[in-house]
Write a protein that binds this ligand. Structure first.
Ligand SMILES: [Zn+2]
Ligand SMILES: [Zn+2]
Length: 338
């Protein structure tokens, strides 16, 4: 029997992806995927459009979200699946994220002004340019291998980390949060280049915006427990996204953290992700099995790279449909109709 594949980690233009939700669903369908989840950062704004298009194409769709939580180092992202997008708990957490990201964007603009670089909040537009593409994380040609330890790789990794691993966008103010979009550091970088104040996107990050750079401002993030509680209250299933980016110093440290998160409602670990080596994927699968957590996987697709990968889904990740079966057992129904 033909093996079926899924992708449970996709970003649309409702957050920092390039393609509108319906277009993204069409692309997933064209690639022959059997099920997909839309997991935009901090917003459920794209879910209704994606769900409608998926229903038209008879593509199994799981409503999702990706939320960030405080962590001493690295990045702690939590994916929520099967969520009720209208859940007050979830929307209130998203609203807090909006506030802190807006405050942070304003603080960054103030710091830039002190460096002689002037931008107004109105300069930050939703559309990222094509030249942002090679720097974004998630789906890329390097899937399954660590970057070479050269300075350039480290620089790229730092920029990627700043751009996507710690999403720092705010949701543009809108009378209806369901149609809100996200704006963050990539947009600030683009505005600096567009207004000819910085020569390129990379320089904007390394000189000003990257973690620890001159105009960096830390984000005020909720605890993982707060995020997990909101996802659970929204009838969702929480999965620990790309654990490699937690930068744990040992497998024991990751195991201890995962156990703590499980107590707070974590139900799965994202074992398959483009930033995981095959060996790491095996380690995470073992950890999930040991802690009786499910496994999830996806491409973290934001936009197509200049050279397209050869995977079944986006990039080279291949997530078998079988991963979805235990998740469906836990969540047989989607809680809300779009
Ligand atoms: Zn993430
Ligand atoms: Zn993501």
């Amino acid at each position: 029997m033909l093996q079926r594949f899924i992708d449970l980690h996709l970003h649309s233009s409702a957050s920092d992806g390039r393609y509108p939700p319906a277009r993204l669903i069409e692309m997933a369908h064209a690639r022959g995927l059997s099920a997909v989840a839309l997991t935009d950062h901090d917003t459920t704004a794209g879910l209704a459009e994606a769900a409608r298009r998926a229903a038209e194409l008879n593509l199994e769709f799981i409503p999702g979200i990706e939320l960030e939580a405080a962590h001493p180092r690295g990045t702690l992202h939590i994916l929520g699946y099967f969520i009720d997008p209208n859940s007050p708990a979830l929307q209130s957490l998203a609203a807090r994220a909006i506030e802190s990201r807006t405050t942070r964007n304003e603080a960054i603009l103030e710091k830039l002004a002190a460096e002689g670089l002037h931008l107004a909040m109105s300069d930050l537009t939703n559309d990222l340019p094509a030249n942002a593409e090679p720097l974004t994380t998630g789906f890329n040609e390097q899937n399954g291998s660590h970057p070479a330890p050269s300075e350039l790789s480290n620089l790229k990794s730092d920029i990627q980390s700043s751009m996507s691993q710690s999403p720092d966008r705010h949701i543009a103010k809108s009378p209806d949060r369901q149609i809100a979009k996200s704006i963050g550091r990539p947009h600030i970088a683009h505005a600096l280049v567009r207004t000819h104040q910085v020569k390129d996107f990379r320089t904007a990050f390394t000189d000003y915006l990257a973690d620890g750079a001159k105009c960096f401002v830390p984000l005020n993030l909720p605890t993982a427990e707060t995020v997990l509680s909101a996802i659970t209250t929204a009838h969702g299933l929480a999965s620990l996204a790309h654990p490699v980016r937690l930068n744990c110093e040992s497998s024991l440290e990751l195991r201890t953290l995962a156990k703590r998160l499980r107590e707070a409602g974590l139900r799965a670990i994202e074992t398959i992700h483009p930033s995981h080596t095959p060996a790491q994927t095996v380690d995470y699968e073992k950890l999930a099995a040991e802690l009786k957590l499910s496994a999830t996987g996806g491409s973290d697709f934001h936009r197509l790279p200049p050279k397209q990968g050869h995977g079944i889904g986006f990039g080279r990740v291949k997530v078998p449909y079988e991963l979805l079966i235990p998740l469906r057992r836990l969540h047989p129904f989607t809680c809300v109709s779009f």
